[in-house]
Design a protein. Structure first.
Length: 341
């Protein structure tokens, strides 16, 4: 069978990341140095869709590596409501694959006028978003034909990690990033199709994470909706124990995305607790006693580990879409670029 565009692009992720880390090093280092020298008091992110999930991942990356608080700014605050935010003394990270969504561009331009250091992260170097930024980072992912973003999400997140590694002079993180292509090749080979049997006959599941892997859970839930026409909700492993727990009935499927970081023990505990409530739980940690284990590629660094999980998930969700008789390249009602006002 001819591989889908989505499958081909998943397999291109290791090469795309290597290209970014090599070809984008000078720009990433310069932008990171500017962050360090300006010493912003806080950071704001501007993005939508998968790019917003990359921004959520960046929130944890910035807060955990630099100790700077991060807030997501709604683009409509400027584009629809015309409000000028007080962003002097901040850094603004604007993420957009196309670099031409009017609301993202308008918010980034307003942030710069308001005194923020603006950094555009995009897969389209000559775009409106890059023209108005102090630093423009080309993620060098190459053309992405599948509607569902995969390699652009990963490269956006890697670019953000590299940016903060340079800003904080974190050599351990820079070293971990350079090893990612090898780990991502291993992640693509992790077979998660044992989940499929638990999803057959149902149309809803929870995906849980904590810390940086919470952003990965958000992205995974979106991809299941996009490619598999399946309702999926992402929750923090802490929050799922409150109101959402009421929906958990015997056999209810849950995917617990645990990384090798300080949240792993609590993720394992949450996974086992959900099993105790009757859920069918799959998890990416060996610490769980009752939940079904999934293979995972460990990267050796707590900040890069969640990204290997999303690569494995992408490989699964493409295969699962085909298992359901769907074409992941042609999801109904969707197109590649959404230009929101």
């Amino acid at each position: 069978m001819t591989p889908t565009h989505m499958r081909r692009e998943i397999e291109e992720i290791p090469e795309a990341v290597a290209r970014l880390l090599d070809g984008g090093e000078a720009v990433l280092a310069a932008a990171g140095r500017d962050i360090r020298e300006r010493d912003p008091r806080f950071v704001v992110t501007v993005a939508r869709g998968s790019s917003d999930h990359a921004a959520s991942f960046m929130k944890y990356a910035v807060e955990l590596t630099a100790g700077l608080p991060v807030a997501s700014v709604g683009p409509s605050v400027t584009s629809i409501y015309g409000v000028r935010l007080k962003l002097a003394g901040s850094a603004c990270l604007a993420i957009s694959q196309s670099g031409k969504s009017p609301d993202i561009v308008a918010m980034a331009e307003e942030a710069r006028r308001g005194g923020a250091l603006t950094i555009a992260i995009t897969n389209t170097p000559d775009s409106p978003l890059t023209h108005g930024a102090d630093h423009a980072i080309d993620i060098l992912a190459g053309a992405e034909r599948s509607v569902a973003a995969t390699k652009t999400f990963v490269n956006s997140a890697v670019a953000g990690l590299a940016l903060m590694a340079h800003a904080t002079a974190d050599e351990a993180l820079l070293s971990a990033l350079r090893q990612l292509p090898e780990h991502f090749r291993a992640a693509i080979g992790c077979d998660w199709m044992k989940i499929a049997a638990a999803l057959d006959g149902t149309n809803s599941l929870f995906i849980i994470g904590r810390g940086p892997s919470m952003a990965i859970a958000n992205e995974a839930a979106l991809k299941l909706k996009e490619t598999c026409a399946m309702h999926a909700e992402s929750y923090s492993a802490a929050e799922v124990m409150h109101g959402p727990l009421a929906l958990v009935k015997p056999g209810f499927p849950v995917l617990a995305l645990a990384a090798r970081d300080r949240s792993e023990p609590s993720m394992a505990e949450a996974a086992d607790h959900l099993v105790g409530k009757g859920a069918t739980v799959f998890t990416t940690t060996a610490l769980a006693r009752a939940a079904a284990p999934l293979p995972f590629a460990s990267t050796g660094h707590p900040m890069t580990d969640p990204l290997a999980l999303v690569v494995s998930f992408y490989a699964f969700v493409e295969a699962f879409a085909r298992h359901r008789g769907l074409n992941p390249d042609q999801p109904p009602n969707l197109r590649k670029v959404t230009e929101t006002l």
